[in-house]
Write a protein that binds this ligand. Sequence first.
Ligand SMILES: [Zn+2]
Length: 484
Amino acid sequence: MSDLVPTIGLEVHCQLSTQTKMFCGCPIVQGASPNSAVCPVCLGHPGALPVVNDEAVRLGVRAGMAVGCTVNDNSIFARKHYFYPDLPKGYQISQFDRPLCSDGVLHVLLDGERRRFEIERIHLEEDAGKLIHDGERSLIDWNRGGTPLIEIVGRPDIRSAEEAEAWLRMMHRVMTHAKVTSGDMEQGHFRCDANVSVGPENGPLGTRVEIKNLNSFRFVARAIRHEIARQKKILSGGGRVIQSTRSWSASQSVELRSKEDAADYRYFPDPDLGPIPILDADRSDAESILDAVPLDVWLLDQDMARMDGFQDQYGLSTADSAALLGSPSLCVLFEQAVELGGESAAMANWVRGPVARWVNENEQTESQLSAQHLVELESMIGAGSLSRSNGRALVSELCEQGGNVAAIVSERGLTKLDDAGEIESKVAEVLDAHADELARYRNGQKGLFGFFMGVVMREFQGRADPGVVRAVLQRALDRGPDDA
Ligand SMILES: [Zn+2]
């Protein structure tokens, strides 16, 4: 059997930054009391007529132009039928065969290289309400019902979880830069569905599985990696992947339902809404707000120039520069640290290592850590008063709370130990406490060295220099019982 390869396509639901809903005048509110921002139109009362929100159309046009789409005159709305309690009309107003925008491209920088992915379409639609399950009951809040969204549908030309994550990050950057959306992922203003299939290389595509509502960059990569592995396991065991929709939570995916096809939704043009005219004003608005069209190319050109600068000016490697470019705030932090006198390779290591890790793990862009902190950490390590591992361990605390590096180090008792006497007495203590292991070591079980090393290092909580501990320990162990 030839190698199995994954094919991935992403779809993003992106809440448009409008004041009011897609087809009525209800305000877009957050945290308002449930069912307070509703009216006959968004509740789907019989006879209520929708009216298109011009601002939503304008933002949709801007989104399309930002990623090089063709903006289609006279696109139409269609009803997508399905039953769910959060959808009072029994259908969602969306677009089907004539979307607002089609055929765009998204360029992504990955490992210092430009990669190109195709966008099939961007269409307008309304969001559904929200179901809240509190254990015994299910409650409905229709405030979100009718909120304007665009759905951005990428073609299935993504080949790995890493590419998918980079795609999503770039799409988020483009849409927030274009002020199409707030991009708040925690609030669900930018959420992603991933279609994953695994099949033989150069062969027909495998069966598609959709993972719904991924609302963090990290989850997207993890969920895709997990799904690829799941499908490969099924296929290589001779099984068959079933077309389905799954959700991702707590590091595993759960099947929600077997997947519907478009035909199941009985799409048809919404008779209450005519074709959407695209005005000159919509196009000129996009041109005036966007720095350039397409925006992704403009952003990447800037990145490349910055990357060249990192390499020429600071002598950074391609890998270091590419890693920094992943985040504008990390670039700024690095530049400031170097300006404050930090050595560039060392500062790049801090920023792309523990700082980037904290930012990624916490999905944060705001951190309390300053460039000054990094310069101080490095200089304390250079002066021998702080171990590198303890310095790195302080980064997440500094990111969360800021503070004074020297004060934290002394409060925590993290000042590095250079007193050989203290290390010698701790080693003697540890050998006393582990007489059995000591006897076995001296009877030739030399592999126990690592065990003693581990115990002593733990006792010092990383404050002791491993080189010194190793030397003292070796001496003590090899001294023999008679020399003690
Ligand atoms: Zn309404």
